[in-house]
Design a protein around this ligand. Structure first.
Ligand SMILES: C[S@@+](CC[C@H](N)C(=O)[O-])C[C@H]1O[C@@H](n2cnc3c(N)ncnc32)[C@H](O)[C@@H]1O
Length: 346
């Protein structure tokens, strides 16, 4: 007997990643060599150190506010947070003013974070209203790519939305006619003009709007690091990974990660629409501007040849244009009146 079920692509991804019992992020430890993928904080501590030094300089540019929130969005295994706190302690005048928060969707990962970060006085929040009303820096590494996306395709001048249909326990893609204009209203501007294929995450849009409103009102900024592209037409960037290999995202629901590339040009435009200015650079450029090479030299002193090679091998992975250096971008959004470009110089 045919068992049919038709759901939008973003609902399918949402179920696959975040279903309470069976969702990928709700039950599985995906990070590291033995897991499915490695993220920058797990490659080298120098990534987290450079980010922290950047935050110190940014805090100084704001006039060293006495109360300052640092909110990590989607902390994963908590490695970036751990090293941000440790590095911040080297700057006591900065550290004493900080409130650290984690905003995390997965209860399973929250437990892992709580164990790792025990005793640091951190706050976990699931509602932005619970943040202290201070100047704030929101930071997310590989956070945006974890949102479920919708896809639309234009054929003979008609727009279709991608759906997933379950037929006899197999998932198949279907194109269903859609009035795409209604989504422009949600976004606030026409994002599909001159596109033949569109990828967009409405959950992400809603979330970005919320944090932009917070920043506009309270002051501070938003720093995202993620893989993505600039100044290009949209394309199908959906991908699925398990055990460090690319997979078909329709298979093994709940057992593999599903992500997409971030359209940084769109992101910048959207922040502008929300009343913020945004600047973008590549991860390689950002880390080098923040002094990652010099720090690696210092760290390597008096180390064995093997240990030195390991440090530089990891830095290369983060910064090399053929590895993460170019594909990964950094975007910083802040109030239009405040300009801070450290790390973003060409
Ligand atoms: C790809 S992982 C990145 C983890 C970590 N930032 C790192 O760099 O290793 C995505 C993280 O974001 C969390 N996440 C995804 N969507 C979220 C949402 N809407 N709100 C809060 N956390 C979310 C996931 O549970 C996971 O911790």
């Amino acid at each position: 007997m045919n068992q049919k079920k038709l759901i939008t692509l973003d609902s399918f991804i949402d179920e696959a990643l975040y279903h309470k019992r069976t969702g990928y992020y709700m039950k599985k430890y995906p990070f590291g060599k033995k897991g499915d993928f490695i993220t920058a904080p797990g490659i080298s501590i120098l990534f987290s150190e450079m980010i922290t030094i950047w935050i110190v300089l940014y805090w100084e540019s704001l006039g060293k506010p006495k109360k300052f929130n640092i909110v990590e969005l989607g902390s994963g295994d908590g490695e970036l947070m751990l090293n941000m706190i440790k590095t911040s302690k080297n700057f006591p005048n900065f550290f004493k003013n900080l409130n650290f928060y984690i905003f995390e969707k997965s209860n399973y990962l929250k437990e892992i974070q709580k164990k790792k970060l025990k005793g640091f006085g951190l706050n976990w929040i699931s509602n932005l209203n619970n943040l202290k009303k201070n100047k704030t820096l929101f930071i997310g590494n590989e956070f945006l790519d974890a949102f479920p996306i919708k896809q639309f395709i234009k054929k003979d001048n008609i727009w279709y939305e991608k759906y997933v249909e379950k037929v006899n326990n197999k998932y198949l893609l279907r194109d269903i006619k859609v009035n795409i204009k209604k989504y422009s209203k949600i976004v606030g501007f026409n994002f599909f003009n001159q596109e033949k294929f569109v990828e967009i995450s409405l959950n992400q849009i809603t979330f970005l709007k919320k944090i932009s409103v917070f920043i506009k009102k309270r002051g501070g900024g938003i720093l995202f690091i993620d893989y993505g592209f600039l100044n290009k037409k949209m394309f199908n960037s959906l991908q699925s990974v398990s055990k460090h290999k690319k997979r078909n995202f329709l298979l093994n629901k709940g057992k593999q990660d599903i992500t997409h590339l971030i359209n940084f040009s769109f992101l910048k435009k959207y922040f502008y629409h929300c009343g913020l200015n945004a600047i973008i650079t590549t991860q390689g450029n950002f880390l080098k501007n923040m002094g990652i090479m010099e720090r690696a030299e210092i760290m390597s002193k008096n180390k064995s040849f093997l240990a030195k090679s390991d440090i530089f091998f990891r830095v290369k992975r983060l910064t090399d244009i053929k590895q993460m250096g170019d594909l990964f971008k950094v975007i910083f959004a802040t109030q239009k009146k405040h300009e801070f470009k450290k790390g973003f110089d060409v």
